[in-house]
Each structure stands twice: as C-alpha cells, then as structure tokens.
Design a protein around this ligand. Structure first.
Ligand code: SAH
Ligand code: SF4
Length: 367
C-alpha cells in the first residue's frame, strides 16, 4: 500500500525518523500540520532528509488541472491519485470563511439517479491521507487567508468509506486544529454508520441528503433508500441529534415537478420538524444521465417560503462554482456544456487540456 506523509500519525512519523535527532520529528510535524506547508517548503529540515521522506512517503495527489471561477474566489482541482484514479476538490473563499469541499471516494457506488458521480460508478475508496492532503493543498492555495471549514461533499459517500472518513476528520481536528463544528459530513443516509458516527465524540455537522420524504419517491431517486427506508433513517437521525446535541441539516435538491410540489414539501416539513432539522434547498443541476430539470427560481423561492410558513428553517444554498462544474458531489463525467472555460494545466506531465467543456453546476456550502 502506498502511504503518504499525511497517513502517518506522530508515532509513525517518529518511527520513520528514528535515525534522526528527536527535534526533526517536531520540525516535520509542525511544518506539515501547524504551519500547513508542503514538505518541500519545510526549510528547517535539511534538503536530503526532505528528499528521503518524499521518496518513502510520496504525495498521494498530483494536480492535473485547476480551474478558477467567481473572479478567483472559487477553484476546482482535478487530482490524479497514485494509481491514476481521478478525484476533484473545490476551494471556496467567502467574506467570512474559507471552505474546501473534499472527495472521499473516486466515484460512488450509491447510484443516485440525478448525480453525475453516481452515474459514473465506483472506482475506489480514498485513504485518510488522500482526503487530508486535499485539504492541505487547498489551505496552501488559500493563503494568506486561513482555511476554516471542510465539507465532505465531493465525490463519493463518506460513510461508505467510514474508517478513512473518520481518520481524516480526526486528523483535521486534532492535528490541523480545525473546529469540529466547521467540519461537515454529507451522507446519503447510511443509517448504521450515522449511529456509529454519533458515538465518535466528534461535534461535527451532519448533512443528510434527503431529496424525498416518502419511500416510493426516495426509492427511485436514492436507491440506498430500499436498504434503509425513511423510518430507519429517521431513527438514525434522531440518535445523532440525541448523542451529539448538534443540529442536523437536510439537503433537498429541488427537481422540477418531482419534489418541489406542495405535497412533497409538506412531507419534507414533517420529516424536518420531527428532528428540528435545518433544510438546505439546492436547485438541481442538470447532469447528462438524468432528464429532469431543476426547479425555476420562482419555485425555489416559493418552496422556501412554504417551509418557513410551516415552521421549518430553510435556506437556499449558494451557487459557487456554477461556471466550472464545481458542484460538490457531482463533479465527474462532465461531457457536454454550455460554456467554454480556460483550464490551467498545473502538472507538466498532465494531459494539459487548454480548453475544456463543462456543464454549469452549483457548488454548495451549508451556512
Ligand atoms: N454522497 C454524499 C456526499 C456527496 S454528494 C451525499 O450524497 O450526501 C453532495 C451533495 O450533492 C448531496 O446532497 C447530493 O445529493 C448533491 N447532489 C448530487 N447531484 C446533484 C445535482 N445534480 N444537483 C444538485 N445537487 C446534487
Ligand atoms: Fe453518491 Fe452522493 Fe452522488 Fe448519491 S448523491 S451517487 S451518494 S455522491
């Protein structure tokens, strides 16, 4: 197995540096985690030692391309992993916070009908180090702004890759010093894993991608619902709230004529009220494999107003990265598009697409 420096805990790093003076461990650890520097930039460590570490624990990601949008406030990377699988990562700078959206798997096995990642299928799980390294690359790019939030909303289902997800969360919290409440895990609803996560003692934010609050429709949109239907999911959400005391978010991609009608929204309101959950409305982004469109802006506003009238706290998610297909969770397989965008190649050995076509998408960040 290929291990990167970001997979090592402090004891493992000390073991790797057993032939060195003790303070080298501190220098490398502090450089990587407290100063958030890439190994090559930890200049307190001799060049030869850095070279040895780089060879022994190669970086897990190599950037194939980086695309900026929102006048530079949003950047999306395409990274190749050591085995050639590709993932995407998005950095979003807001006036009050800097957020990175990370992938937890290359592809996804959950097969949600409306999701580009789901349509493309599963390649493999990411290791914790590969998840964490996405954060550190984004943190370096954000400087001098300080990265504050991480959302696990990129490619893949975090709770289907449980150990790597929790390993990455712990590393981000313990070593990088990010506040747990600034870490958000988005899940399609793997009920037993939600219950397990509730017992980890991490006060993070959980977002559940609901999209339908009746089983017949949710079976269609989210195949995992057949395994963990709404009653089961509701019970898992209840135990999350009871164990953590944290508010839960429900994600709802508004699909025209499918889940934006008063009857469907009423079902959502009932589900949300029982959990005192917050609702994030996201107009569905078109994907090549799903013919139905997102709700129009007037319907989105009306949906929000109805939910609020019924006493549910509902927000419409911001649409960062629209022009670069930077949507968290729907980053893959973009083949047809409306606009042309310059793509800056960042890896000399990469395919260096000078121009690429992308479909317009949203990127979200729960406020
Ligand atoms: N697998 C996890 C996290 C990644 S998906 C999950 O499903 O929650 C992140 C978010 O993007 C989810 O809420 C997902 O439902 C949403 N999403 C996927 N495809 C979308 C689309 N075409 N339009 C809008 N949101 C979408
Ligand atoms: Fe996977 Fe989430 Fe996409 Fe569903 S919405 S296919 S769980 S990434």
């Amino acid at each position: 197995m290929v291990t990167s420096l970001y997979d090592l805990d402090r004891a493992q790093l000390a073991e790797a540096l057993a032939d060195q003076p003790r303070y080298r461990v501190d220098q490398v650890w502090r450089g990587l985690w407290e100063e958030r520097r890439p190994l090559g930039a930890i200049t307190t460590v001799p060049l030869a030692l850095r070279a040895r570490l780089a060879e022994q624990f190669p970086s897990g990601l190599s950037a194939r391309a980086a695309v900026d949008s929102d006048r530079g406030a949003t950047r999306k990377w395409v990274f190749a992993l050591h085995d050639g699988a590709t993932i995407e990562t998005v950095l979003m700078r807001y006036h009050d916070r800097v957020t990175v959206c990370v992938s937890t798997q290359a592809g996804c096995a959950m097969g949600c009908s409306f999701c580009a990642t789901g349509q493309a299928g599963f390649t493999r799980h990411l290791r914790a180090g590969e998840i964490v390294e996405q954060v550190l690359v984004a943190a370096a790019a954000a400087a001098p702004l300080r990265l504050s939030n991480v959302v696990f909303m990129g490619m893949g289902e975090p709770l289907a890759n449980y150990d790597a997800t929790v390993g990455a969360l712990r590393r981000l919290h313990d070593a990088l010093g990010l506040s747990a409440r600034h870490l958000t895990v988005s899940t399609v609803g793997v009920a037993p894993a939600i219950e397990r996560l509730a017992r980890e003692g991490l006060a993070l934010t959980l977002a559940v991608s609901l999209h339908a609050a009746n089983d017949a429709l949710r079976d269609e949109l989210v195949p995992l619902n057949r395994r963990y239907p709404l009653d089961r999911l509701f019970a898992a959400c209840e135990s999350w709230v009871a164990a953590t005391g944290r508010r839960l978010s429900l994600e709802w991609a508004l699909i025209a004529g499918v889940n934006d009608t008063p009857a469907r929204l009423r079902e959502l309101a009932d589900f949300a009220t029982g959990l005192r959950a917050h609702v994030n409305l996201i107009p569905l982004n078109p994907t090549p494999g799903y013919p139905v469109r997102g709700s129009d802006p007037a319907t989105v506003r009306a949906a929000q107003a109805s939910l609020r009238e019924w006493g549910v706290n509902a927000t419409v998610r911001d649409t960062r990265g629209r022009s670069i297909a930077a949507a968290c969770g729907q980053l893959a397989t973009v083949t047809r598009g409306r606009r042309r965008l310059a793509v800056r190649a960042v890896a000399p050995e990469g395919p260096a697409p000078a121009r690429e076509r992308h479909r317009a998408h949203d990127a979200g960040d729960p406020a």
